[in-house]
Write a protein that binds this ligand. Structure first.
Ligand SMILES: [Zn+2]
Length: 120
């Protein structure tokens, strides 16, 4: 299906915004759904930093370093440490894996905890 720019209305602030072709391509490349978003980019970023739970995509995780990053739908990247993996989650997490997580504030900004793999 060819992508095209689409107007959407934010259900949070009521603002109209354009869901651009570039944004749709970016989301598809990462493995996110490309359905019309219900939140504008600003409200989406704010919503993504609430405790959650949220779903995101693994950018990378390095078992030797013991940390990695999750890409949120907005494009924001969230740090997580080995101790933030949910019990039973294996450490051989592949790039682009879909994960569920919660957001917890830390001294260095928000980080992901309770990180677990979402079965496809
Ligand atoms: Zn909004």
């Amino acid at each position: 299906m060819p992508y095209r720019d689409m107007w959407a209305t934010c259900t949070e602030c009521g603002k109209q915004f354009v869901f651009t072709v570039e944004e749709q391509r970016r989301l598809a490349a990462l493995g996110f759904e490309t359905a019309l978003p219900t939140l504008c980019p600003e409200c989406m970023r704010a919503a993504e930093l609430t405790p959650g739970p949220h779903e995101g995509i693994i950018k990378w995780y390095d078992p030797e370093k013991g940390y990695g990053f999750i890409i949120q739908r907005s494009g924001n990247e969230i740090f997580f440490h080995r101790s933030g993996l949910a019990p039973g989650t294996p450490e051989d997490i592949p790039d682009k894996a879909r994960v569920r997580y919660r957001i917890q504030p830390s001294g260095r900004g928000p980080q992901a905890v309770d990180v677990s793999l979402v079965k496809a």
